[in-house]
Design a protein around this ligand. Structure first.
Ligand code: NDP
Ligand code: GDP
Length: 350
């Protein structure tokens, strides 16, 4: 039986990947970090909480990284843990550099010391491209990061390549375009929208307050993308791959479709606030996944409309259950994005 270690198993991708690898017969180990309130809701939501072997690990703590590898003795490591939110990276550029950038080197060093045969997947991102070109963006397009997050990920990308080239590790980058789901973090614009639309639909909220609604993203479905991660590590040689749908939509289109699905008029619910606009913006992303399609036989399955539908309907169902006193496993009841969270850096261009 193959063994996999997933860093960041409590996150969106980690949870879906754990479930996927179990379906392939893997023994799955996943790292989590100690928080004042334990955060296992995604594992519970997917029904796999008791099936993942959980190891406490913090990316700032090299000893805990070493230990997670000692304990799990993995054939494959999927390094997904990171400070993953572009917005927060402007507010915490140094922590983002440590966790999203430098920690990848801690992982690679640990592999080098412990077992050079471990295959390593690194979670790279379409944010690397910034506004470098309007696309479609592929593995050969130059990078031009536009945030502390993307800059840290660029370092992480190159260190993964460096350990591959210099030390012969099977280390590969998946350059993944945005991928979403009903278990996406609430701060990301897609889930922020579907959670807000659900609350508005049920009379709990009146408005959804957004920043730049004119930016475009190539949005796919997270379960499709975790399969691609696995395929990247099953390839004969360690190589970097773009995973994307090849289609792009604006934030406004996402909102408009979510409103349509919920039976709401967009003009009645939308409020735009310049205080939510970022100091630097990535305006337009669309990927070219041809290499993954040809060499890995990977393709996205879920289309944009179905993605928005699934996310919107799931959030409406959750809030509906909640207000009717039925138990729900989810994250939104303790979070109010329209409330008084101060976005420090965002105000710079207000
Ligand atoms: P999430 O934010 O949902 O998950 C991130 C995970 O990292 C969580 O388990 C989180 O723990 C963990 N983590 C954060 N900081 C630390 C730390 N200091 N020590 C240990 N663990 C930590 O991200 P996704 O699942 O969406 O993304 C997975 C990876 O893929 C990330 O690296 C992300 O940057 C990258 N990526 C994501 C894309 C997307 O569209 N989803 C696109 C391209 C790349 P906790 O649950 O406790 O917060
Ligand atoms: P990103 O592509 O990783 O930055 O993913 P996000 O979901 O955080 O943001 C996608 C796009 O939505 C970016 O261009 C944001 O500027 C834009 N956006 C507009 N309003 C908001 C908002 O209120 N929250 C977030 N997270 N993004 C917003």
């Amino acid at each position: 039986m193959k063994r996999a270690l997933i860093t960041g198993v409590t996150g969106q991708d980690g949870a879906y990947l754990a479930k996927f690898l179990m379906s392939k017969g893997y023994e799955v180990y996943g790292t989590y970090r100690r928080l004042s309130t334990p955060n296992f809701w995604r594992l519970n939501y997917l029904g796999i909480m008791r099936k993942v072997n959980l190891i406490s690990m913090d990316l700032n703590d090299t000893t805990s990284i070493m230990e997670s590898i000692e304990i799990s003795q993995p054939d494959e490591i999927y390094h997904l843990a990171a400070q993953s939110f572009v917005g927060a990276s402007f507010e915490q550029p140094i922590a983002t550099g440590e966790v999203t950038g430098l920690a990848t080197t801690r992982m690679l060093e640990a592999i080098l010391k412990r077992d050079k045969d471990i295959k390593f997947y690194n979670a790279s991102t379409s944010e690397l491209y910034g506004n470098s070109s309007s696309g479609p963006l592929d593995e050969a397009t130059p990078f031009k990061p536009q945030s502390p997050y993307a800059t840290a990920k660029l370092y992480s990308y190159w260190m993964t390549r460096l350990y591959r080239d210099a030390y012969g590790l099977f280390a590969a980058n998946g350059i993944l375009f945005n991928h979403e789901s009903p278990i996406r973090g609430l701060e990301f614009v897609t889930r922020k929208i579907t959670n807000a639309i659900a609350k508005i639909k049920l009379g709990i909220e009146k408005k959804v307050i957004l920043g730049n609604i004119e930016s475009f993203r190539d949005w796919g479905y997270a379960p499709d993308y975790v399969e691609g991660m696995w395929k990247i590590l099953q390839n004969e040689t360690p190589e970097d791959f773009v995973l994307a749908t090849g289609e792009t939509h604006s934030v406004k289109e996402f909102l408009s479709l979510s409103c349509e699905i919920a039976g709401l008029a967009m003009d009645d619910v939308l409020e735009v606030s310049s205080s939510l606009k970022r100091p630097l913006e990535v305006h337009y992303l669309v990927g070219n996944p041809s290499k993954a399609e040809v060499e890995l036989n990977w393709t996205h399955r879920m289309e944009f409309r179905d993605l928005v539908k699934e996310m919107t309907e799931e959030d409406i169902a959750r809030w509906d259950s909640f207000i009717n006193g039925k138990p729900v496993i989810w994250d939104a009841q303790h979070y109010d994005d329209n409330n008084n969270i101060i976005k420090t850096r965002y105000k710079m261009d207000a």
